[in-house]
Design a protein around this ligand. Structure first.
Ligand SMILES: [Zn+2]
Length: 274
């Protein structure tokens, strides 16, 4: 399901629900003389509808299990993550910077992009980073059943292993952070750690490297999971050069605040043992 498809399904469900509630309220109010009940039902329906839309659209909303979107506020750990890759030439450029700075990161790759660039996913692992799972083709899992979600994740896992990744990380991040409770449960049962992010800096909107750096600066705090993009999900090529350009400065900023980069998985595991 595409983003647009998912949003129109969401609109139909929320709209249909509200129309039903509104007509029952109308009937109670005008035809049964139950004015107070009619008004209350309408208000409750509007609130329930709003909550439904909110919980579906907001990434990290803990419906059906809580995704991991930030770590401990104490300490000095911070995690750097890249979504939607790998892509050429950006993933290689990002890897070069990470190598130069000695910083580990987590790449939430798309299975389709891994098939396109097997040498890059392999390189991510070889250079000490973790290859996480972002689904096969960026299908929206907002209304997905468990089986559909597992199919996305398993196809990606196969693509990674075919590319020579020996040990894909058991971390999954849903496209746009939208995940149905059923999908969340199925993935957790399968051993995946479902991961979100602390706050987006919208590098995909190409606001300029300077803006990406300053937006990131605001969220350089212990326990945060930073989200950047080294690739894209559609067939048309997109520009990630601003993210590449911003990266070294982001790393320097974090270090000047005494922060230490770890992979998402490492951040979670360390907390389990504390
Ligand atoms: Zn994505």
């Amino acid at each position: 399901m595409t983003k647009r498809g998912a949003l129109s399904v969401l609109g139909s469900i929320a709209g249909g629900f509200f129309l039903t509630i509104a007509s029952i309220s109308h009937w109670l109010y005008h035809h049964r003389g139950r004015r107070r009940l009619g008004r209350r039902l309408l208000a409750a329906g509007a609130i329930a509808d709003g909550l439904f839309v909110y919980s579906t659209l907001v990434p990290n909303f803990p419906l059906g299990g809580k995704p991991y979107f930030s770590g401990r506020r104490e300490g000095n750990r911070i995690a750097l993550t890249f979504d939607d890759g790998p892509s050429a030439p950006y993933t290689a450029q990002i890897l070069d910077t990470l190598k130069k700075e000695g910083v580990p990161a987590t790449f939430f790759v798309l299975g389709e992009n891994a098939r396109r660039h097997p040498e890059l996913v392999k390189r991510i692992e070889i250079e000490g980073h973790r290859v996480g799972n972002h689904g096969l083709d960026h299908s929206i899992l907002m209304f997905a059943g468990g089986r559909q979600a597992l199919a996305q994740v398993e196809a990606t896992d196969r693509a990674l292993r075919d590319a020579g990744v020996a040990d894909p990380a058991p971390v999954f991040r849903a496209p746009h952070g939208w995940l149905s409770p059923l999908a969340m449960r199925a993935l957790s049962r399968r051993g995946y750690l479902v991961t979100g992010w602390s706050k987006g800096v919208w590098d995909t909107a190409l606001p300029g490297a300077g803006t990406i750096i300053s937006r990131t600066r605001e969220i350089l705090r212990p326990g945060n999971i930073l989200l950047l993009h080294d690739g894209w999900s559609g067939p048309a090529e997109e520009d990630r050069s601003q993210t590449v350009e911003a990266l070294a400065e982001i790393i320097r900023d974090a270090r000047s605040r005494g922060l230490q980069f770890v992979t998402v998985e490492q951040m979670m595991r360390e907390e389990e043992t504390l």
